[in-house]
Write a protein that binds this ligand. Structure first.
Ligand SMILES: [Zn+2]
Length: 412
């Protein structure tokens, strides 16, 4: 899961009462602006204030994924003294954050001002994100005008995207045959069915998946991508961006199911108070991949053998950056969730997610649903592991078992 920072400069004091008057002409211009937004450029009919202050032009140009350049021109009978750009990114969130930018310009009766949103400073946005923005301009006589809002799509225009929709899932892709996209859509449906059967968690809101032809194209859509980035879930935006080519299809299906689970769990538990322990998020997502990869199994078996398991308390926090510890953390998360689902059942897991949605703490949610806290879970899970040594490889599908089969067999 990746958290994206939005540049936020809040208003320091209230604006004076608005004198803005939008005449019919400007309303029409705004509507037109929304439609024209696909071309990423707006031309405004002038927006007037009573004293002659008007915004004569506004534009926004996306250079995906790095910058958005906003610019505006305005004129008045007196000096223009204040130009502000307001914008917000549309996403699933309880905090409605509007950024406000004070533009630098020399006061004059006719002015042109611009500002570049440099994503390298603020963190990037996923492909297909929507930005809403508007301008406010003031002059020396105290008049003020306001435009918009306009909606600007932040599209990855390097490629010609095709679209496939099934239920709440829309997939965009540009490379390969329709059959390739359809096969991955089937993977998504299968993963959603399995997740519902296993945990009761279901998709509640539409999601979008951007299917890049390979990880190199994917990395080209990101700000400061890591070498190893193959897929990203933008949970707040209900989006996944992933690079899958025919020669890494099996990896791709597992990774898609993993990231998809992050979106479902996010939707199921969204609340303004707090999140989930990392072991629960990653455990559910890793279970959705189907088989537990051999390196996870090895790491887990070795830690059991050496007595070097990381505590459930520790994997409640973000995982270590050290590869060995991260691998063990994922493996343990899988195992802890597996323990909970196989021992206490699907209904309890659904109840746990719903308890988190209500804003419970980590310990509070566990206590309410299972009657033990994180330390209690740690103890019970270790006992479960010591009893089930030798069967820990149940989830490994080297024999080609399907995810569904593994899910059922691991419940026995
Ligand atoms: Zn994950």
């Amino acid at each position: 899961m990746v958290n994206w920072t939005v540049l936020s400069r809040r208003i320091s004091g209230p604006w004076p009462a608005r004198k803005t008057k939008l005449n019919l002409k400007s309303k029409r211009a705004i509507l037109l602006g929304v439609i024209v937004s696909l071309s990423l450029l707006f031309n405004l009919a002038p927006v007037y204030a009573e004293g002659g202050l008007r915004i004569t032009n506004s534009s926004a140009q996306v250079q995906f994924p790095l910058t958005i350049s906003f610019s505006v021109t305005a004129e008045s009978g007196v000096d223009i003294t204040d130009i502000r750009l307001h914008y917000k990114v549309l996403r699933h969130s309880f905090a409605d954050v509007t950024a406000e930018i004070y533009l630098q310009f020399v006061s004059a009766p006719e002015v042109e001002a611009s500002w570049d949103w440099d994503m390298r400073r603020t963190g990037g946005l996923p492909p297909g994100a929507s930005i809403q923005y508007w301008w406010t301009v003031k002059d020396a006589s105290g008049d003020q005008v306001e435009t918009g809002p306009f909606t600007l799509p932040f599209d990855d225009e390097r490629f010609s995207w095709q679209r496939l929709t099934q239920g709440l899932v829309t997939m965009y892709w540009y490379s390969g045959e329709q059959a390739f996209a359809e096969e991955l859509m089937l993977t998504i449906e299968d993963a959603l069915d399995w997740l519902e059967a296993d945990t009761g968690a279901i998709l509640l809101e539409p999601i979008e998946i951007y299917l890049y032809a390979n990880s190199q194209d994917l990395r080209g859509s990101m700000i400061f991508p890591q070498e190893w980035t193959g897929g990203v879930a933008f949970t707040m935006y209900g989006r996944i961006a992933i690079g899958i080519s025919p020669d890494n299809l099996e990896w791709g299906k597992g990774a898609l199911a993993h990231e998809l689970t992050h979106l479902v769990v996010h939707q199921m538990t969204l609340n303004p108070y707090g999140g989930l322990p990392t072991w629960l998020e990653e455990g559910l997502a890793t279970r959705s991949e189907g088989s537990l990869a051999y390196y996870y199994v090895n790491a887990l078996n070795q830690a059991i053998y050496n007595g070097s398991l990381i505590s459930v308390q520790s994997i409640s926090s973000p995982f270590s950056a050290y590869a060995d510890l991260a691998v063990l953390s994922y493996a343990e998360s899988y195992s802890v969730v597996d323990y909970l689902v196989t021992t206490y059942g699907k209904d309890k897991m659904l109840e746990l997610l719903e308890t988190f949605r209500a804003g419970a703490s980590y310990d509070g949610a566990l206590m309410e649903v299972y009657g033990f806290d994180t330390n209690g879970l740690d103890q019970l899970w270790r006992e479960y592991l010591s009893e089930s040594v030798g069967t820990i490889t149940v989830g490994v599908a080297s024999d080609g078992l399907s995810r569904r089969t593994i899910g059922l067999s691991s419940r026995t």
